[in-house]
Design a protein around this ligand. Structure first.
Ligand code: SF4
Length: 434
């Protein structure tokens, strides 16, 4: 039996793209993990449609497709293409799990939620010719004996200058309204045995890697054990982490000592009212400056993430946020326009309120306005987003932040230049506050 797993593409946004020379950034683990769950008598191939056109003449018995919301139109197009040629197609992932009936218009079967517990049964049903429309596990899977993702099936040439990735935990102890992590993975924070994570890291062929975890410090006791075990490996890494890391000096010290050079931190908004409204009131905006100082002092670079278009935002939010980034010497920052991703509380509320203006999923890459904002016009939101991106990554502003310290300066330059490349592709737009 033969299984072809396909990664779709999104041509509108700025993230997750493959460069003209065919290079990708982070390794996406979803398909290599599904491949690892597949029994040995199935031959598996992974095709990345971001890099190569899809060959619809494949002799595979089953086509598996997953993708983010912004990639879903491409995923449906690929699914339709295979089905036209008589192939059986199964889809899964966060978007498909949120809208399984929409997906079933393009495929034969959907996996709702985690695939681990149902994948073997689904394949058996394919073999026996009794594939069901929906597969959904009754409970969350255990992270003990987690399969090692089949990285050997990836096109390594695509990742020579990119990052290996790995996952140590699943889920997040929090449940922010705009985020689909908890609705997809449940609100139980699960961890892999530290020994298993270390063994997998030893197999990676790069010194640098990225934990794909939504919040690597979600369980501080586990994180400390993991970081201690990482120290002898002398690797360098980054991850997403909540700002709460600043409250635990030992955690920060171990993060840095184990090679944690940077942390993606979801600051989201400088307005406490916004944070409260998105169920992220545990982030304290008034403590951000102090927290950033502490994280910097521990030797960790910060990539701050901000969302615009929240109900308390008016056109001044872009200038205020930019000033904050420069004042705190934030190493780099990533910006998003509030996007109601299916499966989230934000999606439900905006849909019920008639505030979603566009259901073209290809625009759901967080750089395009698809909602009616409250405190500004849609045009102001779009302009402000482009303005702050370009302003933050102006050469003079990069230099000011990068030179905050000589330690780790090379890394800061590299990250800033990679964001600058994206910023320069955005339209030169006015600051809506001026
Ligand atoms: S803290 Fe981050 S990962 Fe966790 S629910 Fe909020 S946005 Fe999602």
């Amino acid at each position: 039996m033969k299984l072809l797993l396909v990664l779709p593409r999104n041509d509108r946004g700025y993230w997750g793209k493959v460069s003209k020379s065919g290079k990708a950034g982070f390794v996406r683990l979803s398909l290599p993990t599904v491949a690892a769950l597949t029994p040995d008598h199935w031959e598996v191939e992974i095709h990345d449609s971001r890099a190569h056109p899809v060959d619809y003449g494949s002799d595979a018995d089953l086509i598996g497709i997953t993708g983010f919301t912004a990639e879903i139109p491409s995923a449906y197009e690929i699914a339709d293409g295979f089905r036209k040629r008589g192939k059986t197609v199964v889809m899964g992932g966060v978007h498909v799990s949120a809208l399984p009936d929409e997906a079933l218009e393009h495929c034969d079967s959907v996996v709702i939620g985690e695939a681990e517990a149902v994948w073997a049964q689904l394949l058996k049903d394919v073999e026996e010719g009794c594939l069901k429309e929906k597969y959904q596990a009754k409970s969350l899977c255990s992270m003990d004996n987690w399969p090692m993702p089949r990285r050997d099936l990836l096109d390594r040439k695509m990742y020579v200058s990119g990052f290996n990735t790995i996952q140590a935990t699943r889920g997040c102890p929090f449940d922010c309204d705009y985020c689909a992590v908890t609705s997809f993975f449940g609100n139980e924070f699960r961890v892999r045995p530290v020994e298993d994570v270390i063994e997998e890291i030893k197999t990676l062929d790069t010194k640098d890697f990225f934990f794909m975890d939504d919040n690597i410090i979600g369980r501080p006791k586990y994180a400390k054990k993991l970081f201690k075990a990482l120290i002898p490996l002398k690797r360098t890494w980054g991850s997403q982490a909540s700002i709460n890391i600043a409250k635990d000096p030992e955690l920060m010290e171990l993060y840095a000592k184990s090679g944690g050079r940077y942390a993606f931190i979801g600051l989201e908004s400088l307005s406490q009212k916004n944070l409260e409204k998105m169920s992220k009131g545990w982030n304290s905006a008034k403590e951000y400056k102090d927290a950033i100082k502490k994280i910097h002092k521990a030797g960790i670079n910060i990539v701050g993430s901000f969302v615009f278009g929240l109900d308390e935002d008016d056109p001044s939010v872009f200038q205020t946020t930019f000033d904050f980034i420069m004042e705190t010497n934030m190493d780099s920052a990533q910006f998003h326009i509030l996007t109601p991703l299916p499966g989230t509380v934000t999606y439900r509320e905006f849909k019920e309120g008639g505030r979603i203006t566009d259901f073209d999923w290809s625009k759901y890459h967080t750089a395009e306005v698809v909602i009616t904002p409250k405190g500004m016009t849609a045009q102001e939101l779009q302009d402000g987003y482009f303005w702050i991106f370009r302003e933050t990554y102006k050469m003079s502003n990069i230099l000011k932040r990068t030179f905050r310290s000589l330690s780790g300066i090379g890394y800061r330059f590299a990250v800033n230049f990679s964001y600058r490349k994206k910023a320069l592709r955005m339209p030169d737009s006015p600051n809506p506050f001026k």
